[in-house]
Each structure stands twice: as C-alpha cells, then as structure tokens.
Design a protein around this ligand. Structure first.
Ligand SMILES: Cc1ncc(COP(=O)(O)O)c(C=O)c1O
Length: 375
C-alpha cells in the first residue's frame, strides 16, 4: 500500500517537507489490533496523530478515543464521537478542562494524584476514574514512567480517597513506554495489576477495568516483536494473572495505528563536510522543530532512504534546517546515504505517521508547520 503514497509523492506539485498518510493502512492497523485483542476496547490515542481524517475513519469502526486535552475532546465531539466513548487519559488536567469535558458528557478520567481526584470530584462529580501506576519501561524507545503514575504501594489509598469523595474508582492503567520492544514489560505490569485488583477487592473496592495503555511498535530501525506475538503475550498474561475474573480491558494504541501509515518526504538543502569528521553533513528541510522531535537523544531512529538516487553509499550526519545547534537528527547512529546526493534531492522518512505533524513548531525560525496529506 506504500505504492499509493509513492504515486502521490511522484506528482511534482507536492511541496517539501510533507507528511503523507495512507488512511487505508490506518484502518488496516486498527482492524489487525482489534482482531488480535478481541476482548479489548481500543481507545485510539489521539495525540499520536490528531488529524480529523483519522478520527473520521476510526469512529465508524467503533474505535473509542484516549484524549490528552480538552482540545482533543472538542475535536472528537466535532466529528460526532459519543462522549461516553472518550477517556480523558491525561493525568494532568486543568479544572476548567475537566468541567467542560464533564458538561460535554465525558465520564471517564485518568488520575495519579490526590489533587486530581479532588479536582474531578468537584468538576465532574460521580465520574469514573482509573488510577495510573508506574511500571518498568525498560526496552521502550520513548519511556513514559517518570512523569506519570503512582507507585503501586500508593494505589489503594488513592482509590479509597476517590471513593470517599463520591467518585467511582473503576480501574487501573499503566503504560509500558512507547515503542516498547520487550513483550515481558506487559506481563510484569499485568501481574502487578492483578495483585492490585485483589488488594482493592479485599478492601471493598471492586475494580472492573484494566487499561493496558499503548507501547505497540512501528517499523523504525532495530528489531521489534511482531504485533501477533505482543498481543498473544498480553492475552496469555491476562489469563494467567487474572484467571476467570478477567477485567474489561482497554488499550490506548497511538503509534501502532498511524506510525507505519505515513511517510515524510524531505528535500536536501545542503551537503558539506567539516575538517574534523569524514562524514558528510546532510542538511534537510525538516528537523527537530519541523516534526522530528522524537529524534531527541536519537531515541526514535527512522528508516531513511534516497529513493531517487542510487550508486555507492557513505556515512552521513543528518541535520535539520533551523539556526539551532541542537537541530541535529542523527550523529551517533550510523546512517548511510548515496554519495550522489546533492542539494535539491529528496529523501524519504518511513513510518513517520505518528508523533510528527502534531509536534511540528508553528513558526520556529519562521518555518511553517509540516504540510500533511491524508489519502
Ligand atoms: C496515556 C497514554 N496512552 C496512550 C499513549 C499512546 O502510546 P503509544 O503511542 O505508544 O501507543 C500515550 C503516549 O504518550 C499515553 O501517554
């Protein structure tokens, strides 16, 4: 299906840089995940790519939505999503945002602190909450267990507090880290969740929902587990740790749904060398501020090639177009590109449908946000 994007990009009217997303691949990925996790409700993590075209494709497929902000909730509602199919999944929320979500009909909120519990009890009385706990993210290219989540030992107390304020503590959530390459992380987290479900039950709180978050992989460089193996592992872990009393499962995939569906095409602005490094510096018209912020620390390593060039290749340092010294994409990781590359040539960045366009700066150095096409 990449052929569809290829055909689109070969039209010479497409400006660079641009992201092209094949919506058929988005649909296919959603369907694959739904079939591999048949007992799990899929809440698409809008933050991965909030394009209206994607929300409009997923909603008729019975996707639900994990929203990070009131703005994402508004966007969902504007395309006709039922507010009962939205989880306000960010544990950090303004009181006014909680109130607006509640007045719009949203009733499911994530929490990881007593302050959030208090705010929700006032602004969204009687709502359902799930508590995010911290879990080991080792193996993830983009870890998510520093800023979010309580320690497992704090969960019971916070659930009790929510109950005492009239909220319905319905479940727990975790996130094993985005682009998680090690399936064992889900098993560890599910085992922990099962222990916490038991503890809650023996203290009079019957939890019903386990939100297993995201973490499902896209095809960047390096080995990834197959989606089949990851999902089979999750299903087995739930059976093993919960036995017959399996909770209602929720997953919040973002990257897996849209990552492989997108390609960025970028133009080479300049090729040069410096006396202290034999590698060529290749400056392209997209960098950290144009949508590739996940190259921070070279964490996400995209597959990049030069489909219009051939011949022998050599090592390169890849950098973005802005006047910022940190706008270097890859300097430690080994990237090679054809020696024939010159100014004006185009490169392709694959699996770029997630966490790119929505990250691109509005006006840094005067550059406009990344152009997007949904085909
Ligand atoms: C709460 C929550 N759910 C889901 C996701 C999506 O994760 P992924 O893109 O790894 O599927 C994220 C990512 O930041 C998140 O913070």
């Amino acid at each position: 299906m990449i052929k569809k994007i290829d055909k689109f990009l070969k039209k010479d009217t497409v400006p660079s840089p641009c992201l092209v997303v094949d919506l058929e691949i988005v649909v296919e990925n959603f369907q694959i995940l739904s079939s591999l996790l048949p007992e799990t409700q899929i809440y698409y993590a809008i933050k991965a790519n909030p394009a209206r075209a994607i929300l409009q494709k997923l909603w008729p497929l019975k996707s639900r939505f994990d929203a990070a902000s009131i703005y994402e909730i508004r966007e969902c509602l504007s395309v006709g999503v039922d507010p009962m199919s939205i989880a306000f999944g960010n544990t950090i929320k303004k009181r006014q945002a909680i109130r607006e979500a509640y007045l719009s009909g949203v009733r499911l909120f994530a929490i990881d602190s007593s302050n959030e519990v208090e705010k929700i009890s006032k602004a969204a009385p009687g709502s359902s909450i799930y508590c995010r706990f911290q879990t080991n993210c080792f193996g993830a290219d983009w870890p998510l267990s520093n800023k979010f989540g309580v320690q497992p030992s704090e969960v019971l107390e916070i659930l009790r507090y929510a109950k005492s304020l009239g909220l319905a503590p319905v479940g727990l959530s975790f996130h094993v880290g985005s682009q998680q390459r090690n399936n064992i992380r889900w098993d560890e987290a599910i085992a922990q969740a099962a222990r916490l479900f038991k503890l809650a039950q023996t203290n009079g709180i019957n939890l019903e929902i386990l939100n297993i978050g995201g973490g499902f992989t896209s095809n960047y460089r390096g080995r990834i587990p197959s989606i089949q193996d990851t999902c089979e592992g999750i299903n087995k872990s739930v059976r093993r740790h919960f036995g017959h009393s399996s909770p209602q499962l929720i997953a919040e995939p973002g990257r897996y749904i849209v990552g492989d569906a997108g390609i960025i095409e970028t133009e080479v602005i300049s090729v040069s060398t410096k006396a202290n490094d034999l590698r060529r510096w290749i400056y392209i018209d997209i960098g950290k501020f144009g949508g590739l912020i996940e190259t921070l620390g070279e964490a996400i390593r995209y597959r990049i090639d030069a489909p219009y060039n051939d011949g022998p290749s050599g090592p390169v340092i890849l950098a973005g177009p802005t006047c910022d010294d940190m706008d270097v994409l890859y300097q430690s990781a080994i990237y090679e590109l054809p020696l024939s590359i010159v100014e004006g040539d185009r490169l392709r960045i694959y699996s770029a449908g997630a966490y790119t366009a929505s990250y691109s700066a509005v006006n840094f150095n005067g550059f406009p946000p990344l152009s997007e096409y949904y085909i």
